[in-house]
Ligand binder design. Structure first.
Ligand code: ADP
Length: 476
């Protein structure tokens, strides 16, 4: 049997796969982010050290009484400071420094002296001057602050916000699409507090596709395994149910068959007896000839039913091929039930009301089996009233595309603890009851691909519901 909702399994797999993908991606992002933070912090620290180095050089130069020529100083410092492009001393408007033309630093020097601290002046977007109050000045190229080999591996783009604009220090290829990461933080020096910008993208190509694929495959296998286990359990349950049905439906011992027959035949035989007694009484009265004729016809019908019941029980026991199912005329069936029992029940103060609202739709069933079920349920309802006046309603209609027949009574209903065992063979609460009626009805209902259920009515009394498939228009 296939699952009633075939999309459920792939949909669950898809949902779980997406969930697993999300979790894996978030884990990847978190790992990449911490790597990025770590790399960016290292670059930030290295650049901060360079800034401190610049200020230390200016402080050392300020202490020189007889400084060597600038060109010599530059040559000495350049191996350790490749970013240093020029240096010199601006004194009394004269430039004592490397390079021939004096740089336009007078205003910046004035500011440095007023504030007594190093000042910056941009040369272009990537280069800037550092001017100390002593007049010593350095021209620095930000792009050479770190050599290519000094950058932490994995960093993609680093820039510094200089007085002249943004200078890109590192520009590694960055994926076009991906999870963006950023760090903006000023360098912690008082004279060169340039903002450090680091950017990176966790590219789609780096996302954990392989782990996701593996997880999805494992999930698919797991779900398939769980599904097959569920199917196997359902199959085992079905087999158990079939075995139980087979056991109940074949009353294998003579004793059980006799008990079943006695139970089933009791009702038509009682009716025949009542009819014959009435005939006996009325035989000599010419005016009652019609009543006698009717009673004899009813007896004949009951005798025929008894014969059918015996044939059916024999078929159950000997496992003859089941009778073919046909479309049953529900209205005619209910009319015949009403006909057979109404007068007798009315004499006991029981109002029997049969209503067919199936609008011409026919249940697919075996007529004798269906009749047997209805008569059994009706007799149980009569028994439940226990000689008290009351009412019994039999109603047939269509519910959710199936034929539904309900037998309701105004009796005391079914005790809650009895409900689960009602359909078990030999369960009875009646003195002298055999407890075979409902079990037989359920077996018959199953053989008709139907269901029989019991419930209590909110206003009191019991309601037995038989549901059967509908016959096609073409079914005979
Ligand atoms: P029996 O009629 O021989 O007891 P059944 O299998 O027909 O066997 O019924 C089993 C039991 O179900 C009954 O003994 C009774 O307790 C309960 N039962 C069946 N129909 C009704 C009903 N309409 N109202 C209350 N109890 C019922």
């Amino acid at each position: 049997m296939t699952s009633p909702r075939p999309y459920l399994l792939p949909a669950s797999w898809l949902l779980l796969s997406l969930l697993a993908g999300g979790v894996l991606l978030l884990a990847g992002v978190s790992q990449q982010r911490s790597q990025f933070q770590q790399n960016s912090s290292i670059a930030h620290r290295l650049l901060s050290q360079k800034m401190v180095q610049h200020e230390a050089v200016l402080a050392t130069l300020a202490l020189q009484q007889r400084p060597p020529p600038a060109a010599e100083l530059l040559a000495g410092l350049r191996p350790a400071m490749p970013q240093l492009l020029a240096l010199g001393l601006l004194r009394d408007g004269r430039w004592l420094g490397s390079g021939s033309t004096p740089p336009p630093l007078a205003a910046t020097l004035l500011r440095a002296r007023q504030r007594q601290r190093i000042q910056t002046q941009s040369a272009d977007a990537a280069q800037y001057w550092l001017v100390a109050p002593s007049g010593w000045s350095l021209l620095l190229d930000s792009r050479r602050l770190l050599a290519p080999g000094e950058w932490p591996a994995g960093l993609q783009r680093v820039a510094l916000q200089l007085p002249g604009g943004t200078s890109t220090l590192l520009n590694q290829p960055m994926p076009a699409w991906g999870w963006p990461m950023a760090l903006d933080k000023p360098l912690p020096t008082s004279a060169q507090p340039f903002t450090f910008h680091s950017r990176q993208r966790y590219g789609i190509a780096q996302w954990p596709w392989l782990s996701w694929l593996a997880t999805s495959t494992v999930l698919a296998l797991l779900l398939a395994w769980l599904h097959s286990r569920r199917l196997a359990r359902q199959q085992a349950q079905r087999e158990r149910e079939q075995a139980r049905l087979a056991a109940v439906s074949r009353l294998s011992t003579l004793g059980e068959m006799a008990a079943g027959m006695a139970h089933e035949l009791n009702q038509p035989l009682t009716a025949i007896l009542a009819n014959l007694r009435a005939c006996q009484r009325l035989l000599d009265d010419d005016d009652e000839r019609d009543t006698v004729r009717q009673a004899l016809a009813s007896s004949a019908a009951q005798a025929k039913r008894a014969g059918d019941i015996i044939a059916r029980l024999r078929a159950l026991v000997t496992q003859q091929a089941p009778r073919p199912l046909a479309g049953i005329d529900s209205a005619a069936l209910l009319a015949s039930v009403q006909d057979l029992r109404q007068t007798e029940l009315a004499a006991q103060g029981i109002r029997l009301h049969c209503l067919d609202a199936s609008l011409g739709q026919r249940p697919l069933a075996d007529g004798v089996a269906l009749e047997q079920i209805v008569h059994n349920l009706l007799q149980n309802a009569v028994d439940a009233l226990a000689g008290q006046p009351g009412s019994i309603d039999i109603r047939a209609d269509i519910d959710a595309g199936r034929y539904r027949l309900q037998v309701r009574d105004s009796g005391p209903g079914i005790a809650e603890p009895d409900l689960p065992q009602l359909f078990q063979p030999f369960f009875s609460t009646k003195p002298g009851g055999m407890g075979l009626g409902l079990s037989l009805c359920e077996t018959l209902a199953h053989s008709l691909h139907g269901r029989l259920t019991a419930a209590n009515l909110p206003a009191g009394g019991a309601c037995f519901t038989l549901s059967l498939p509908l016959a096609d228009k073409e079914t005979p």
